[in-house]
Design a protein around this ligand. Structure first.
Ligand code: RB5
Length: 154
């Protein structure tokens, strides 16, 4: 398991807490910044993590911003990225079991550190269930690749 992690200024403190957790759990990670609470543009950091995961250099990605929304939108523009915005443990587990989410996003201004770390732990430990869910992911890939089979808007 190799985790790529990043944040903008709005998620910087939460990212630091998650890094401390990964370190404590001996989980390999790379911090793609930002490295202070000085204002930056969140798409730059979302893209670094998304690219690292897309290229296969990292198994999973975690990205924080103020809400988790901006980085989620940006990361999901990258082919092969399934970024899930999770602020509860049920969604975190489901995003792995059903959606094989390879990027987790969270908002520092939305949840506390305790819950965020529970979410990270569950999200990293939970396996994809495959089966019918794999078929659905294939349909998502088809959308990404511009291939639609009879379900186009008429
Ligand atoms: C930065 O102020 C804020 O817009 C950003 O962290 C994030 O919440 C965007 O979605």
């Amino acid at each position: 398991m190799r985790v790529a992690i990043a944040s903008d200024h709005g998620g910087f403190r939460l990212k630091s807490e998650i890094i401390a957790f990964l370190h404590k759990e001996h989980i390999e990670y790379k911090d793609f910044g930002t490295y202070s609470d000085e204002s930056v543009d969140y798409p730059d950091y979302a893209l670094s993590v998304a690219e690292a995961v897309r290229l296969g250099d990292f198994t999973r990605g975690i990205i924080c911003c103020g809400t988790g929304i901006g980085v989620s939108i940006a990361a999901n523009k990258v082919a092969g990225i399934r970024a899930a915005l999770c602020h509860d443990t049920f969604s975190a587990r489901a995003s792995r079991e059903h959606n094989d989410a390879n990027v987790l996003t969270m908002g520092e201004r939305v949840i506390g550190v305790g819950l965020a770390l529970d979410i990270v732990k569950i999200w990293l430990e939970t396996e994809f269930q495959g089966g019918r869910h794999a078929r659905r992911l294939e349909k998502i890939s088809n959308i990404e690749n511009g291939v639609c089979h009879g379900t186009e808007y008429k």
